[in-house]
Design a protein around this ligand. Sequence first.
Ligand code: SIN
Ligand code: FE
Length: 295
Amino acid sequence: MHNPIYQFQDKYDTKFSSDDKNQAIHALESGQVLLLPHCAFSVAQNEAFLLSPNTLAKNAKNVSYNTMNQKISGSDYQTEQRDILTHFMARYAKYAQDLIGNLLPHYKQHLTIGRTSFRPAEVKNRKTSYRKDDSRLHVDAFVSTPVQGLRILRVFCNINPEHMPRVWHLGEPFNDVAKRFLPSAQSYCSAKAKLLHKCKLTKSLRSAYDHYMLQLHDIMKKDTHYQNTVEKLRFEFQPNSTWIVFTDQASHAALSGQYLLEQTFYLPVEALQMPEKSPLRILETMTNMCLTTKA
Ligand code: SIN
Ligand code: FE
């Protein structure tokens, strides 16, 4: 099996060597999870009360923070509690930005920051439709927020205060996922994409790339035989560790755990060192089509 994890051995130090930086970029673009076992976001004493399911509003899956307008959603906390939550999320966004800036300076000027997410609910036994079930292996693709070919780079930190790991499955390389499932994907229909946008079901026009990534996401999650039999690694991300991954490329699933922070970044394929390994280029080679030309 390919090794889905690339683990940094050293203690975290904001001064990464140029070897570290090269290895990090190579591992990430090859689809590996980059694990920094000793690198952690620290929760301040006055923030400890946030590590409770009460932080989450009824029916919300995550607390979400938008760095553009400093607004929180997914929590009913008011006044001082809300201010502390907002500050906590903003601190994590800054932590993730600083880490990427130090470890992946090549990407820095090309990155767009996305949502910051705090996940205070236990993942295990969450009942949802297969499409929303992140305990099934998948590559990330968004239903209502098309990426138009941008990469999805995510920084996770397990902040569980009770020594509980975040447990993931990591599956086969993207190339194998695409070879297996692309032949059963429905073709892209630009008229349908326009209609989805017009009806405000997508925030911008769904590109062919977004369509095929969603198809892979859905078809692989739906295939129970595949989920049960495909070669995969079960991995425990310990509390106070950080991991970085292109979640549009690495096949992953979350099995259990509680209290996770996550920061999303978007990166154009042109900013990669090895664009040929990106899902966009792999799918374009397989379909022999340009998948991001807006219809
Ligand atoms: C996912 O991205 O599929 C879920 C990751 C997690 O919540 O651990
Ligand atoms: Fe995911």
